[in-house]
Design a binder for this molecule. Structure first.
Ligand code: ATP
Ligand code: MG
Ligand code: MG
Ligand code: MG
Length: 460
């Protein structure tokens, strides 16, 4: 509905871009609809049309701690967006936001609340005078919430739309209203008006080419439309949640801790399936580390639910099933997805029980000594020997009121890197010296098979 609506307003519908940013080192993973379109906003590249609409797959690991705890955050989600590259501006963007939400989707106007940036009277007036939203229903927020900016470059005020899901979702605290962190007033849509250029010293000048960049969470809109409690109750995601429950032999909504684990797995399996289908492989660095971390976190929550053995590849089948129509790459890459998830999970399974019992031992020691913080060396040993990403160790510790010395961990990591670097310098692998490569017979050709499979024929 969203994409068709914006096509009817002259937008070109483009496919979701890969989760791997293209020519952009500032970002590990695509985290918004706008991110892959940056070259069009900065003028580096000419857009195929000045109005574009997309549904973009996104990963936000920054939200990892909210996952399973709030109704509205996933590390993976789909962001709908409409974009103007120097074409229409605030007036049309706000009118179309309202038209889509109230007329196309048919949401109750009395449950919608817009917000604007403190000083953005122009947007305030459009909402108030043109759309007819009462003054006291429009919220003015400061830079933190309603000004989009990343260092130097194009930036500007935002206008968000919140949906009131009713008192039962409120935190009940005095002053709970739009902008409260609880799940009652849920932000569904953000309109960014890129109208300034920041010279890097917070001197703002008006841009000649003003842009529109918007983002609406598909899952959040579905929560509102399907009138369900959280993104984990939306039909497609619920199918996945049900599968988790079936595999673990547990029931949803019987125990609060169990529910968190169910939701964490339900979310993380979406992230890891999509990341793998875009060609990311588990590793100890960068994107690969994000994948490893999410996958191992999901595997550990599987343990907490009592699941025996590897289960993530099996679970990814449901992700592929419910999302392959919109993302055909999932079905195309399914064998690769299964193999990658299986290998990684099985590797982790080999050491997870041992690692957990070592960690329990450390905790007992700390209790006996009255300590609260696990040393960096111990956290590093869990990482290095048992494959526990640091934040997994921290998470497990926090569950029983302990912490880890993260600085100490980093120092150990640094030391290990140094050692490895020195070792590389002083030894010639297999006794060879660099000139042996010059003698390689160039007539011998090799075929790279890594795009299609993970192991060489002779190893299968
Ligand atoms: P919130 O304040 O609720 O964390 P946000 O302000 O960080 O949201 P934006 O960066 O404005 O979100 O992203 C645009 C839209 O994308 C949001 O209005 C929301 O609908 C959706 N969205 C953002 N983060 C998530 C997430 N982690 N999971 C699901 N949807 C999200
Ligand atoms: Mg957020
Ligand atoms: Mg917000
Ligand atoms: Mg926002």
């Amino acid at each position: 509905m969203f994409l068709e609506f914006f096509e009817s307003k002259g937008h070109l519908k483009m496919n979701s871009f890969s989760l791997i940013p293209h020519n952009d080192n500032s970002l590990l993973l695509i985290n918004s609809g706008m991110a892959p379109l940056k070259p069009y906003f900065t003028g580096q590249e000419i857009p195929p049309r000045r109005r574009v609409t997309t549904c973009q797959k996104c990963i936000r690991t920054g939200d990892i701690e909210n996952v399973g705890k709030t109704a509205r955050h996933g590390t993976f989600f789909e962001m709908l967006g409409n974009f103007s590259f120097g074409d229409y501006f605030k007036h049309d963007a706000i009118h179309w936001t309202w038209e889509f939400l109230t007329e196309v989707v048919g949401l109750d106007k009395n449950r919608l609340y817009p917000s604007v940036y403190l000083e953005d009277d122009e947007a305030f007036d459009i909402w108030n005078k043109e759309i007819g939203v009462d003054k006291d229903r429009i919220f003015r927020f400061g830079k933190e919430d309603n000004f989009w900016e990343h260092g130097a470059g194009p930036c500007g005020p935002c206008s968000e739309v919140y949906y009131d899901r009713g008192e039962k979702y409120g935190c009940g605290k005095p002053g709970c209203t739009v902008g409260c962190d609880c799940d009652r007033y849920m932000e569904v849509w953000n309109n960014v008006f890129t109208q300034f250029d920041n010279d890097g010293h917070n001197n703002y000048t008006e841009l000649e080419q003003k842009n529109i960049d918007t983002g609406m969470g598909l899952e959040r809109l579905a929560v509102v439309v399907q009138d369900v409690d959280s993104i984990f109750d939306v039909d497609t995601i619920k199918a996945l949640r049900d599968k988790v429950c079936e595999m673990a032999g547990v029931t949803y909504e019987e125990d609060a801790n169990t529910d968190v684990s169910i939701r964490v797995i339900t979310d993380h399996i979406r992230s890891v399936t999509f990341m793998t289908s875009d060609g990311i492989l588990p590793s100890n660095e960068g994107r690969g580390y994000v994948l490893r971390r999410l996958l191992r976190r999901a595997a550990r929550h599987g343990r907490l639910l009592g699941i025996k053995g590897a289960f993530l590849a099996e679970l990814s089948k449901t992700v592929i099933e419910v999302s392959k129509d919109a993302y055909p790459e999932l079905a195309e890459k399914q064998e690769h997805i299964f193999a990658t998830l299986n290998t990684e999970e099985e590797n982790f399974n080999k050491t997870i029980d041992q690692g957990l019992s070592i960690l329990n031992g450390y905790v007992e020691d700390m209790k006996a000594k009255g300590e609260k913080t696990l040393s960096g060396e111990h956290a590093f040993k869990l990482y290095d020997t048992y494959g526990f990403p640091l934040d997994l160790t921290v998470e497990i510790l926090e569950e029983s009121g302990f912490a880890a010395d993260e600085e100490g961990f980093k120092a150990c990591m640094q030391e290990q890197r140094e050692r490895a670097r020195k070792a590389r310098k002083t030894t010639n692998y297999m006794g060879a010296d660099a000139t042996v490569y010059e003698q390689i017979d160039v007539a011998i050709t090799t075929e790279f098979v890594g795009y299609d499979r993970l192991t060489h024929e002779s190893e299968i």
